[in-house]
Ligand binder design. Structure first.
Ligand code: S3P
Length: 430
């Protein structure tokens, strides 16, 4: 476990950073590149541990993948060309890898086993195994298929129409990936729109996908062709600096190449509602995923309510939004976010407990949290609890603390942002 002494009591952040590639898009680029015929070249791939797990799983399935930092070349094999892995597929900490892989493996003609770290072992999988079973998949796991290790015995699949009981892009994507191999049509109906990177990528690889209101439809047996993917920066990583810029007095920073897909920009809506001082310079021209530069300055903020359809558009940003709310005038309420309990950690508990250790007044509710505004932060020893986003949120919180802050399990940050501290220190002029 690494223990890190964090920088505290800061007066300003200045300059600019180019945030690393989007995690969700990087995973999908490797997956679709492997399933497609021909070569896929990925630029600005995120070389974080989660995405490296996806690469290593597809290498085990016989795909040749050349990775050089953020440049990746995938020599696609088509679904027919993937081989039975000799050993268990290890997904590390990555929920996206395991859930999307289940959709892919369900239709392949061999048996394979998936496993991850102790966080993955606690995360619910029936949300994926249940709809896949309806398509004909055979998946066995601990506790009737709820937990890892999971063994997938590939079968011939049949398309289904499935109404998602929860808003989850991972579940939607697993079903669509299975649907691409199934006989007939597969329709997924979402209760609330979630990130649509899978749908955009099917089109980028020359496939067809149709959206009709809440429903997304694919037809099985489509030919996907290798392509070039330029991954935009991850707004979920930019979020830590957006908040730092908004709350650390005297700050004025620019975040370059931030992904601006509207299914991901809930944090921008929150910053606006809170009265933050920012501007967006969106890049012009056709591209599968919109992106742009965001400039943000320190300003006075006011509390807000975050709920309903907004939640899936900022689900991964809630830990750092909770910190943002501590600096606003008045109270902020986050509700309808029960999904936080089944993330890398129970993020309602980890956010509330760790911020309380720094002296923050914050209360957990059953589906979110209530945060009091205009708070001074103190200091202490906190832990990431193996959760990258908790580690980064606490590192930004430390900037506001008057006393020393020590972060335990800081190594977990490499899951999604290996260069996080370098980028943070550059904005701090260190
Ligand atoms: C992701 C979807 C979200 C998100 C996760 C990445 C994806 O999870 O929290 O970090 O890439 O599809 P859910 O779909 O489980 O909400």
């Amino acid at each position: 476990m690494s223990v890190k002494t964090l920088l505290t009591n800061r007066t300003s952040l200045e300059g600019q950073v180019k945030v690393p590639g989007d995690k969700s898009i990087s995973h999908r680029a490797v997956m679709f590149g492997s399933l497609a015929d021909g070569i896929t070249r990925i630029e600005n791939f995120l070389p974080g541990e989660d995405c490296l797990s996806t690469i290593s799983c597809f290498r085990q399935l016989g795909v040749e993948i050349i990775q050089n930092g953020s440049d990746v070349t995938v020599k696609g094999k088509g679904t027919d060309g993937l081989n039975k892995p000799e050993e268990t597929l290890y997904v590390g900490n990555s929920g996206t890898t395991i859930r999307l892989m289940m959709g892919i493996l369900s239709g392949l003609p061999f048996k394979s086993t998936l496993e991850g770290d102790e966080s993955i072992a606690r995360r619910p999988m029936t949300r994926v195994t249940l709809p896949l079973a309806k398509m004909g998949a055979r998946i066995m796991g601990r506790n009737n298929g709820e937990f890892t290790p999971l063994t997938v015995e590939g079968q011939k699949l049949t398309g289904i129409t499935y109404e998602l009981p929860i808003a989850s892009a991972q579940v939607k994507s697993a079903i669509l990936l299975a649907g691409l191999q199934a006989e007939g049509e597969t329709v997924v109906i979402e209760p609330v729109k979630t990130r649509d990177h899978t749908e955009r990528m099917i089109k980028q690889f020359g496939g067809e996908v149709e959206r009709n209101g809440d429903a997304v439809k694919v037809t099985g047996g489509q030919l996907l062709k290798g392509t070039e993917i330029n991954v935009p920066g991850d707004i979920s990583s930019a979020a830590f600096f957006l908040v730092a810029g908004a709350v650390v007095p005297g700050s004025d920073i620019i975040l370059r190449n931030v992904g601006l897909n509207p299914t991901r920009t809930g944090i921008i809506d929150v910053l606006k509602a809170m009265g933050a001082d920012f501007s967006i310079d969106a890049y012009e021209g056709e591209s599968a995923e919109p992106a742009g530069d965001i400039r943000i300055k320190h300003s006075k903020l006011k509390g807000t309510i975050i709920e309903g359809d907004l939640i899936p558009r900022l689900i991964d940003e809630i830990p750092v939004i909770a910190l943002l709310a501590t600096q606003a005038e008045g109270k902020t309420v986050i509700k309808d976010a029960g999904e936080l309990k089944v993330k890398e950690t129970n993020r309602i508990d980890t956010v509330v407990n760790e911020l309380k250790k720094l002296g923050v007044e914050i209360e957990a509710t059953d589906d979110g949290m209530i945060i009091q505004g205009q708070q001074g932060l103190d200091g202490g020893t906190v832990s990431a609890h193996g959760d990258h986003r908790i580690g980064m949120m606490l590192s930004i919180a430390a900037l506001l603390c008057k006393r020393d802050v020590v972060l335990e399990q800081s190594e977990s940050i490499a899951v999604s942002y290996p260069g996080f501290f370098e980028d943070l220190y550059s904005l701090l002029g260190k």
